[in-house]
Design a protein around this ligand. Structure first.
Ligand code: HMG
Ligand code: MG
Length: 298
């Protein structure tokens, strides 16, 4: 069966923009977030408190949060890799953070400048302090289905990394197909292995990139296993600067089109959302990758 309702975790302002080489002005980012909230999205990943040299596009995190008018009932999580990032996030009044680990050695090095093992030592004090401050914590795992340098990734490896991040005190685990190579059978194996390691399916979210056009099929496979939180990016923007061949995320419009058709509630107004992505595409100077945005807005 399928869930009655799905929570969409909108990553457009973070994952969507982090790879854009031209810096998007902060007032455009703020209008983007405000339009996304108006379209009915309840979780808006807003930015990252990472090293500004590593992700120059998000170097304006403080300015963005200072200018943000939070809408009642909307959560604005941010990415935090380490204690320095947590200090910055707390000073900015953040209440919801996401740490982001890697399932592979190579990507831990490239994305975090840490070994696979060292990443846990970096995250542990972040989660402990964040929980003590009453913050909600999500944990991402990247490269859950394949890694551009290491090739296929074992499901048990993903489950072991995910379980460790959950045991630290994260309340949700987002399984990331960073480079978009997964197919539905693999999604089933990785979710089954993660559940078998002791992470309840209720606490698992999925994060697909659409590089090989598999993101919607993979999402449906996850929903059939009981997953109810799905990450996506308005217009299909996105990609990771530290992952070769990572293209756009699953587009939120494509996701909403499928869920509307299936009668699964999301609370999102597709028309307003497509307008927002068309507006953002104009700001970025190229059409939105989303098939649904193109079909609806030409
Ligand atoms: P590092 O160079 O090892 O940092 O980077 P360090 O701990 O050695 O510190 C070096 C200097 O940086 C120090 O300053 C720190 O204070 C400063 P100094 O004492 O030399 O003057 N520093 C910071 N400054 C500001 N904010 C901070 C911060 N941390 C240290 N937070 C680090 C390690 C983790 C910081 C770096 O590797 C980094 O920023 N990485 C982030 C990369 C990133 O954002 N990638 C994209 C997000 S992940 C993703 O997209 C995947 C996902 O979507 C899921 C999926 O698709 O799979 C989530
Ligand atoms: Mg991503």
């Amino acid at each position: 069966g399928l869930p009655e309702r799905v929570t969409i975790w909108e990553v457009g302002a973070r994952d969507g923009l982090q790879n854009e080489s031209t810096v998007v002005p902060v007032d455009v980012k703020l209008e983007f977030l405000s339009r996304l909230a108006d379209a009915g999205l309840g979780v808006l990943e807003a930015t990252s408190f990472v090293h500004p040299k590593w992700v120059p596009q998000l170097a304006d995190a403080e300015e963005l949060l200072a200018g943000l008018t939070k809408v009642d009932g909307v959560s604005y999580p941010v990415l935090v890799p380490n204690e320095r990032g947590l200090d910055r996030a707390l000073a900015a009044g953040v209440r919801h953070i996401a740490i982001f680990g890697s399932a592979t050695e190579t990507f831990a090095k490239r994305n975090l400048n840490r070994t696979l093992d060292e990443q846990f030592a970096m995250f542990e004090p972040v989660v402990t302090r964040a929980r003590a401050e009453g913050l909600d914590v999500r944990a991402y795992v990247s490269m859950c289905f394949g890694d551009p340098w290491e090739g296929p990734v074992a499901a048990d490896q993903v489950a072991a990394v995910g379980k460790r991040l959950v045991d630290m005190g994260s309340s949700q685990l987002s399984l990331g197909d960073t480079i978009g190579v997964a197919t539905p059978g693999q999604v089933e194996s990785v979710i089954a292995a993660t559940a078998a390691a002791g992470v309840p399916v209720d606490d698992i979210a999925v994060h697909f990139h659409d590089t090989y056009g598999q993101a919607l099929s993979n999402t449906l496979a996850a929903l059939r296993l009981g997953v109810t939180t799905v990450d996506s990016s308005a217009g299909g923007l996105g990609g990771c600067p530290y992952a070769e061949s990572a293209t756009g995320n699953l587009a939120t419009e494509d996701l909403v089109w499928m869920l509307d058709g299936l009668g699964v509630r999301t609370g999102v107004d597709l028309d307003r959302l497509a307008d927002t992505s068309a507006w953002m595409a104009e700001r970025l100077g190229r059409p939105a990758p989303s098939r649904v945005v193109r079909a609806l807005r030409g």
